[in-house]
Design a protein around this ligand. Structure first.
Ligand SMILES: [Zn+2]
Length: 161
């Protein structure tokens, strides 16, 4: 994806109040992110363990979603990210919930998905981060990226619809 500025990131959130958007923690090292290898930009709030964010290109614009990270059960188990289908052990995958955009969100509705806990799906797909084991698949990297983007688009649609 194209590199993002802090103001573009803050302006992209669809499920936050104006105040939340102003206060949320955007990484300071935006100029050092591997934008070329990212299908979306995701990060955890270093100061608030239960918060995560992702920003993706969607329909010519940007869609940002604030997420709540469920507390881990602590059991060592294998689980799979629903976006990139990378399998992690232990707490490498987290259940994250997004308050829905607009009126539905104000009524308390949210949607959840199991995601790579560090939101680095793009880097696992490209082998730039090692998850230990990936599905043994014969499809190409381009197809995996396409599948991940489709899964992400479906998640974003659930948040905004
Ligand atoms: Zn993932």
């Amino acid at each position: 994806m194209l590199s993002l500025t802090e103001s573009a990131i803050r302006a992209s959130f669809v499920n936050c109040t104006k105040g939340e958007t102003k206060r949320l923690a955007v990484p300071r090292d935006l100029d050092q992110q591997p934008w070329h290898d990212l299908d979306f930009f995701g990060w955890r709030d270093p100061a608030a363990d239960g918060r995560a964010y992702l920003v993706a290109e969607s329909g010519g614009g940007l869609v940002g979603v604030a997420l709540r990270v469920a507390t881990q059960s602590g059991r060592a188990r294998r689980s799979m990210c629903s976006l990139c289908l990378t399998t992690h052990t232990g707490d490498g995958v987290s259940l994250m919930t997004a308050r829905k955009a607009g009126r539905e969100g104000r009524q308390g509705n949210s949607v959840g998905a199991y995601l790579c806990a560090d939101l680095a799906c793009s880097l696992y797909l490209r082998g730039r981060k090692d998850a230990g084991r990936r599905l043994d698949e014969t499809i190409t990297l381009a197809e995996k990226i396409e599948r991940t983007s489709a899964n992400l688009a479906a998640f974003l649609t659930r948040v905004t619809s």
